[in-house]
Ligand binder design. Structure first.
Ligand code: FES
Length: 103
């Protein structure tokens, strides 16, 4: 399965990642420097904020994640912390946009 990633500058890259990586790792590995992911995927920093905009339902955020997302004024309906989404082959058509926390 492929994933479409759009950066904060509007550029989009299509990647075919291996299953089992988090979406945060996939975005970072794809070379998007704006994916800060300060806490390294421990669900404690919220700097891996993305909007899920494909047709794939990745489910709702967990409780801790939901609390962190609430601290962002950039939160939208389909906001998720990308380190909390584990990519798998069933996520065909997944598309994410990196939230711009700086703007
Ligand atoms: Fe820190 Fe996702 S990398 S919450």
């Amino acid at each position: 399965a492929k994933i479409s990633i759009t950066g904060t500058a509007g550029e989009t890259r299509i990647i075919e990642p291996q299953s089992g990586l988090t979406v945060m790792e996939i975005i970072r590995d794809a070379g998007f420097d704006e994916m800060i992911a300060l806490c390294g995927g421990n669900c404690s920093c919220a700097t891996c904020h993305v909007y899920v905009d494909g047709e794939v339902d990745v489910g709702p955020p967990g409780d801790d994640e939901d609390d962190l997302l609430s601290s962002s004024d950039k939160r939208r309906d389909r906001s998720r912390l990308s380190c909390q989404i584990i990519f798998d082959e069933t996520m065909v058509g997944l598309s994410v946009t990196i939230a711009n926390e700086e703007s």
